[in-house]
Design a protein. Structure first.
Length: 476
């Protein structure tokens, strides 16, 4: 789970992962789309509180969704061992009231046949000293006719409690719904103006699937809404960059927080805060630091010297082989999130093998079932070769012709994305120097990237793990 930091809501910097040790989070064996959902960071009495769901399973109508709270004096840690809270649902958040009491609010899931799975929003008090629930859970909001009520956040303003939820599901009908009450336990009345934010009736907007929002106010009293969204490549088309995060300006009208026109805007006026830009994230990484930079991620397992090292050979990233691209326990993947419609990634690799059971290379990866992989491998008849392996909805096949790379000592690998187009290329070079423009050999690849699974935009960057990546992988 990645944190990002800003002092002006305009410029953001990555802080790196929070749940970065097995004692904090173990994702080995988790299916695609599982893992951490909707983490919420809050602050009380000088302590940061992070509450999150570890979705272990949601098959067959059942929801195995334990929720945890971990605390730290600073965002950099150290973070305490997560305390289990409940497993009634997912998308929990913490609300710290003016009287010092704290409350957990989350979705309530109903597995019973014949019942709607999304049974409403449930509230319960939390003792933040001993991390134990107090009293009985109370359903405070059953949602609107949009259904699929989830992702609750509570706020207090001008004597009202405001409940912000997501509804409509995470696809094209996604929306933000706001309700308010004089009492924290309800009853809650819904904003008569309708959804605070949605793009469902505006398919031509660049930002689609807008919903799942949370409010933030500045010291001068300006309000903004952070929310999930997607940027499809075509109108209501594929969203291969996955879910991203956007920020909208909020105005208070008749006691309700509202976004202008109720739709997501690509650009909004920033707050009246002193600009605070951060150094640009370097486009190049020579792996000359003792730890990975915060923009890198690994898949289903944490950085560990047993499989990944920056110190064994300084100035190089050494990746030991792991599971296959479809592995759920120990794939060796180091990746950086794709954030732009057009981008390119290059890497230099040293690798050799004499068995078909080992391969390494550069991948454009969405999930276990959707990826393309320019890899160097071995065949008993052909020897060392390079080629593209693709998985489309779990069906794995080779794309194009293999390239003879016998005798190559170093491999320059390149992936270029242009909308739905993905092109791989590779080149041999000496120990120093970069390939010239004419020395690249194209590696065949399907003309379109795989369709997205459960995707959904940027400013500020999101920590959502369900996003496509480009990175280096090694398999044994």
């Amino acid at each position: 789970m990645l944190l990002h930091h800003s002092r002006d809501l305009v410029h953001w910097r990555p802080l790196g992962g929070v749940l970065d040790h097995d004692r904090l989070l173990d994702l080995t064996g988790h299916r695609d789309g599982a893992g951490v959902w909707a983490p919420c960071l809050s602050h009380k009495d000088g302590v940061f509180h992070l509450i999150f769901t570890d979705v272990e399973n949601y098959a067959g109508g059942f929801w195995d969704t334990p929720n945890y709270v971990t605390t730290s004096p600073t965002p950099d840690g150290p973070w305490s061992d997560p305390a289990p809270i409940h497993s009634m649902g997912f998308d929990p958040s913490l609300f710290h009231d003016e009287d010092g009491r704290s409350w957990v609010v989350s979705s309530l899931m109903d597995w019973r046949p014949g019942h709607h799975a999304f049974a409403g929003i449930v509230l319960q008090e939390l003792d933040t000293e001993w991390m134990r629930l107090l009293g009985e859970p109370t359903v405070v909001f059953e949602g609107t006719s949009a259904r699929v009520t989830e992702a609750p956040h509570l706020y207090r303003e001008d004597g009202w409690y405001y409940l912000v939820t997501a509804e409509g599901g995470t696809q094209w009908d996604h929306q933000v719904t706001v309700a308010r009450s004089r009492e924290i336990t309800g009853p809650y009345e819904v904003d008569p103006a309708g959804p605070t934010l949605s793009s469902r009736r505006h398919p031509s907007l660049p930002l689609q699937k807008a919903g799942h929002g949370s409010l933030v106010s500045t010291p001068s009293g300006e309000w903004f809404l952070a929310h999930l969204t997607s940027r499809p490549l075509t109108e209501r088309g594929r969203c291969v960059r996955g879910r991203e995060t956007a920020l909208q300006r909020v105005d208070w009208v008749d006691g309700w927080p509202r976004v202008r026109d109720g739709v997501p805007h690509v650009e909004v006026e920033g707050p009246a805060l002193e600009p605070h830009p951060w150094p640009e994230v370097p486009a190049r990484d020579d792996f000359d630091a003792p730890v990975l930079r915060p923009e890198w991620s690994t898949l289903r397992r944490h950085v560990d010297e047993e499989w990944l090292s920056l110190t064994e050979r300084p100035g190089h990233l050494r990746v030991q082989g792991g599971q296959s691209p479809s592995g759920t326990r120990g794939p060796s993947l180091v990746a950086r999130r794709v954030q732009h419609e057009r981008c390119a990634m290059e890497t230099v690799m040293e690798f050799s093998t004499h068995t078909f059971q080992r391969m390494a290379g550069l991948t454009a990866y969405y999930n276990m079932r959707q990826w393309h992989y320019l890899r160097v491998g071995f065949d008993e008849r052909e020897g060392l070769f390079a080629g593209v392996l693709s998985s489309d909805r779990g069906r794995v096949r080779e794309s194009g012709e293999r390239i003879d790379v016998r005798g190559w000592e170093r491999f320059h690998l390149r992936a270029e994305i242009d909308g739905a187009e993905l092109a791989f290329a590779l080149s041999p070079t000496a120990a120093t120097g970069l390939p010239s423009a004419g020395s690249w050999t194209p590696a065949s690849c399907p003309t379109t990237t795989p369709p997205s699974a459960r995707p959904t935009v940027r400013p500020p960057p999101s920590g959502d793990s369900r996003a496509p990546s480009s990175g280096c992988g090694s398999t044994t």
